[in-house]
Design a protein around this ligand. Structure first.
Ligand code: CPU
Length: 560
């Protein structure tokens, strides 16, 4: 028998719960109507009545409601039921999913199947929604379009379940055979024609039961499986933007979603792509997410001068970037060097910063008595930063074999292989190089897929490591700038997320941050090393979305 490789999901009642039938019951209860009244009217109106017409897209929702109200009145009269003068069935469709919403375990299963090479499809009977509530429908469909390979809406294709031709249409679009396909619906009558065609069907009454059946049919472990990786932004299809901040210098960014602006600032040696698992999740949560290639990286310009990468210059660049995009305020989230940078944005430009969050990087206020270069020399963990000072030296080592460089950097904590779990950041000067003593052939870590590795390599091919290393070469220039704020407080809403196993930015380094950031919120991720966003993407997304919701509560309703 052919292996099942395609899965069709019904929407209302399967992916969204509790579904239309529960909404009908609620309206019946509110109006004191006999149970099943509305369903009876629907059944009676038949396969050419207003509901079927709406589902085939022949009439929009508003017209369907007018017609259906007439039918309800006629049916009530016939059956001696008292309908209030003002009766309308429209409220049954209002907030139909407000009690529940997306069925998370089913969505998780759909994502896992897709991550395992299955093609996933939503097959829904729906209508053209011109109701005042249509923005919610828009949120739902734009979310589905991003999480499934295909979304088939009956009202767009002029056919509806249980007509056989809509199943044939779905199979043709997916290039699937019935024997390769599984279909989940909560209405038995919708499953019947599909089953007759040879499609495996699952009647969804109870989520756990349905998942068991889906697991057996697909052969993929869907229950009690490990944390599922959230969907990733794809460099080829995500929207890209470019802002020229001065002649010859541009910043490149990726731009997803709609709502209050969030700027994501990556660290060394990374890319906008380090936020690939955060972009779709934050966009779906109701934000416009801008993930930059920081100056010196990827498709952004990489001027050669060291001063171009001072914290003062980088912050000024960011202000110009916001101005040119017409963005007055944004929430800044940074990791590693991006974290150090966003703390400075909050300190020096609080007007432009709605809120600030840092992954791994503590807020290190400058010591007015001791220059940063001296402080760095005194910390053995930061010895690599001293090695990075001499222009050209680390460039030569890191650019020699880009694939090896990226494979060495991006490793999780305690990965058992011939390499040390992480490059040793100490004694680098003494060893005469960061990679000295490491083998020529290095295995790729499980946190980095082959395509992610190739993407990072392609990005560093463009401008090499000079710009990125220049971020380290402004220690005392940036110290002089920041020292005037050595005792200023950060009062914008702030979040510090520590990563238990980061070997360079240790959680303990954040002790005492509350003195300077009195309203600091904290998050902590266990068993997480330095590359937080790709090591623990679901945990990062959960922490960020919860905190963003608190910070933006007045302006952002939760989307789904
Ligand atoms: C690890 C070990 C050696 C060399 C490079 C790395 N991050 C990768 C992590 C480098 C880093 O240096 N971050 C800075 C950010 C600003 C504060 C100091 C640390």
């Amino acid at each position: 028998m052919a292996a099942r490789r395609f899965v069709l999901f019904d929407l209302g009642g399967v992916l969204l719960t509790p579904g239309p039938q529960a909404a009908f019951r609620r309206l019946e209860e509110t109006l004191g109507l006999p149970g099943g009244f509305l369903l009876n009217v629907f059944v009676k109106s038949g396969s050419d009545g207003p509901f079927a017409q709406a589902e085939r897209g022949q009439i929009p929702f508003s017209q369907f409601v007018t017609e259906m109200n007439k039918e309800c009145k006629a049916f009530a009269e016939e059956s001696g039921i008292n309908l209030p003068e003002t009766f309308s069935m429209e409220p049954a469709f209002h907030g139909m999913f407000d009690d529940g919403g997306i069925n998370k375990p089913i969505l998780k299963a759909a994502i896992m199947l897709r991550n395992n090479g299955f093609k996933t499809c939503v097959l829904t009977n729906n209508w053209v929604d011109d109701s005042p509530n249509r923005n919610r429908t828009a949120d739902i469909f734009s979310f589905l379009n991003n999480h499934f390979d295909l979304v088939i809406e009956s009202c767009r294709v002029g056919m509806r379940k249980p007509e056989k031709r809509i199943y044939e249409y779905a199979l043709k679009k997916l290039k699937a055979d019935p024997q390769e396909t599984i279909f989940l619906d909560d209405i038995g009558a919708n499953l019947k024609p599909a089953r007759d065609m040879g499609i495996a069907t699952v009647l969804v009454r109870d989520t756990d039961e349905a998942l068991k059946e889906l697991q057996d049919l697909s052969g993929i472990k869907l229950i009690d499986s490990e944390e599922v990786k959230p969907p990733s932004a794809d460099p080829d299809t995500v929207p890209h933007g470019y802002v020229t901040i001065k002649p010859g210098v541009k910043l490149h960014y990726v731009d997803m979603g709609n709502g209050p602006v969030i700027c994501l600032c990556h660290g060394f040696p990374e890319s906008w792509y380090s936020w690939r698992y955060q972009l779709p999740a934050l966009a779906a949560a109701g934000y416009r997410v801008i993930a930059l290639d920081m100056k010196g990286y990827g498709e952004s310009s990489a001027p050669p001068e060291i001063e171009e990468y001072s914290q003062q210059q980088l912050c000024q660049d960011m202000i110009t970037f916001l101005d040119k995009l017409g963005i007055s305020q944004a929430t800044f989230i940074g990791h590693d060097w991006g974290g150090a940078f966003v703390w400075n944005m909050a300190l020096f430009y609080p007007e432009r910063v709605k809120a600030v969050a840092s992954l791994n990087t503590p807020f290190f206020p400058p010591d007015p008595e001791i220059k940063t270069s001296e402080k760095t020399k005194a910390n053995p963990l930061f010895d690599y930063q001293i090695y990075f000072q001499e222009p050209g030296v680390a460039e030569a080592e890191l650019e020699k074999n880009l694939e090896r460089t990226i494979k060495i950097f991006f490793r999780g904590p305690g990965e058992k292989d011939k390499l040390a779990p992480f490059i040793s950041s100490g004694s680098v000067c003494e060893r005469g190089g960061l990679f000295v003593g490491l083998p020529e052939k290095v295995p790729r870590s499980s946190i980095l897929s082959e395509s992610a590795l190739q993407f990072y390599v392609s990005q560093f091919k463009k401008n090499g490591f000079r710009g990125p290393l220049n971020w380290y070469r402004n220690m005392d220039r940036s110290w002089e700038w920041t020292v005037k704020a050595h005792n200023w407080k950060i009062l914008v809403p702030a979040l510090m997320v520590t990563a238990e196993k980061d070997p360079v930015l240790l959680p303990v380094m954040t002790t005492g941050m509350e003195k300077r950031i009195p309203n600091l919120t904290r998050g902590h991720i266990e068993a997480c090393g330095h590359w937080t966003q790709m090591e623990k993407p679901a945990a990062v997304n959960d922490i960020l979305i919860k905190w963003l919701g608190e910070v933006h509560s007045a302006s952002v309703p939760s989307k789904l």
